[in-house]
Design a protein around this ligand. Sequence first.
Ligand code: SAM
Length: 290
Amino acid sequence: MDKWADWLLHKRFGSDPAIARDNLARLAMIRDRILSLAAINEGETVVDIGTGDGLLGFAALDHVGEEGTVVFSDISQDALDFCEGFLSEGLGNGNARFLCTSAEDLSAIPSGSVDVVVGRAVLLYIAHKEQCFREYFRILRPGGRLAICEPINRFAAEMTASKKIFFGFDFTPLGSLGDRILSQFHFPPDYTNDPMLNFDERDMLGMIRSAGFREITMQYEASMRDNLKWPSWQAFLKSAPNPTVPSLAEVAAGFTPEEAQQFEAYFRPLVEHGTAVQSYAEVYFRAEKR
Ligand SMILES: C[S@@+](CC[C@H](N)C(=O)[O-])C[C@H]1O[C@@H](n2cnc3c(N)ncnc32)[C@H](O)[C@@H]1O
């Protein structure tokens, strides 16, 4: 299984039902918000870019009805196979198509053939975001809509980087072991070359406008939550914050016995008593091709 599908299906919730339940409830609200911005009509053709395990695509099927089409598009064939498997078990209708390609190259989709492009948490992994927006614009028909949501990881990084805070915890007391762990998680942050950190919501707004979109609206949300509690030490170890980095358990597999003991002695009480502070931001865009 490729890293994208592996993360989506195994690592993002640390194999913990309580984390999965909380996060799926949050994701459902985000999904509904994106689809509300998209205002999909029956009979329309929708492309879900970077569909993953189908968060937006499956719900879009309900909106387009019998006459419409939803294209589940992703760079991960494993993720698409998962979505297709779900549908073949009778959970969707027959109007789904599957396209394995990068968001930067949608040449399999004819120009002007799509009513709505949706996507969530995809562009932050892609270096050439401008090219993606040009492709989205090209495949949309005149009057077509774009509705997306992207995390702005730069927000959390800027709030916490100087204090070596990651996963909501301060790594400073772990000294060189802490630095070694952090180096596997985009730390120190590279605001110039890391595609997950080298943009913010205003950069993205500019890219959408430059691609040709008009009637653009942006909704930016940022939060800092205190005393975040993990359901268990094991869940904390097994979860990875995104598909490009390992889980802490994978990093800890390389520790000496002394390092493993130092790591657990410091972190376990913090995790179990719920002292994490989580900073998070995301941006929603709706735009039209005029
Ligand atoms: C964090 S997941 C989000 C999945 C889904 N949109 C959701 O909100 O649950 C990121 C997705 O982007 C996909 N992806 C990564 N790079 C991509 C690219 N260059 N083009 C298209 N999809 C990509 C991954 O395979 C993965 O499914």
